[in-house]
Write a protein of this length. Structure first.
Length: 47
């Protein structure tokens, strides 16, 4: 799976989880930032 397709999917899942369980907002945002950061690093260093 390419990085371009991973980030929108992660954002969509995070958005749905926030709507369903607002208490998880801090964890979801932290997870999203980690995933975006890792995919960005893989795109930079992976090529």
């Amino acid at each position: 799976m390419e990085i371009i397709t991973v980030q929108p999917l992660v954002a969509l899942v995070a958005g749905v989880l926030i709507l369903l369980m607002p208490r998880l907002l801090n964890y979801i945002v932290a997870f999203y930032l980690i995933v975006v950061g890792l995919t960005g690093l893989m795109g930079t260093f992976g090529s």
